[in-house]
Design a protein around this ligand. Structure first.
Ligand SMILES: Nc1ncnc2c1ncn2[C@@H]1O[C@H](COP(=O)(O)OP(=O)(O)O)[C@@H](O)[C@H]1O
Ligand SMILES: [Mg+2]
Length: 188
């Protein structure tokens, strides 16, 4: 919990000091400088928002309050929407989507599925360099089983860490200096 509090306070401190700087010095800054600082504020705010969302989901899950709300939706469209949303945060990163034959009427919980896919995408982006390509593939087997995969060219995961990835709070050996809670994959 101390670690989680620290992870929220760090980006919040960034937001506070950047916003204060802007308020004090806006008259002396160029439009580009103001835009640059606003963008940093936006990124740090997003990080806080993601953290709060992750912690809320983890708490709901543990309280047994995570309910499945089934409905019929267009799976192809949902995947494209989440990809568009996630890649819009890093517009310069190469991003490819290859979906073949995915059902346009699919029974599931679209909110939870969206969340799971967003977690995988944000991991792929976080653990790879900003210019590293991300590819999303969706296929349907003859038995009707849908497989969606997210591929990035990042730091990779050591074989030793593989068995523990889905455990809450687990973080890979090579991920320790990159911010994270270790809760994402356990939720996904
Ligand atoms: N795309 C990825 N590339 C490399 N390592 C990953 C990737 N996704 C997850 N991991 C590893 O799995 C661990 C758990 O992931 P996650 O539960 O999302 O937590 P977090 O990202 O907050 O550390 C990460 O700490 C990292 O070691
Ligand atoms: Mg993660």
């Amino acid at each position: 919990m101390a670690l989680l509090a620290h992870q929220i306070r760090t980006p919040l401190a960034t937001v506070t000091s950047l916003a204060q700087g802007l308020m004090r010095r806006a008259d002396h800054l160029s439009i580009d400088e103001i835009r640059g600082r606003a963008e940093k504020i936006w990124r740090a705010s997003r990080r806080v928002d993601e953290l709060v969302e992750t912690i809320m989901s983890y708490t709901r899950l543990n309280a047994g309050a995570m309910t499945l709300n089934l409905s019929s939706f267009n799976l192809d469209a949902l995947i494209r929407r989440v990809c568009r949303e996630e890649s819009s945060h890093e517009p310069h990163r190469p991003f490819s989507i290859d979906l073949q034959g995915l059902p346009t009427r699919f029974l599931g919980d679209p909110v939870l599925l969206e969340q799971a896919l967003a977690i995988l995408l944000s991991n792929a982006m976080k653990y790879s360099p900003p210019e590293g390509p991300i590819s999303v593939t969706g296929r349907v087997s003859d038995e009707g089983i849908v497989t969606v995969s997210v591929k990035g060219k990042g730091i990779g995961i050591s074989e030793r860490d593989l068995p523990f990835l889905m455990q809450p709070f687990f973080r890979g050996q090579n991920a320790k200096n990159i911010p994270g809670t270790g809760l994402g994959l356990s939720l996904a």
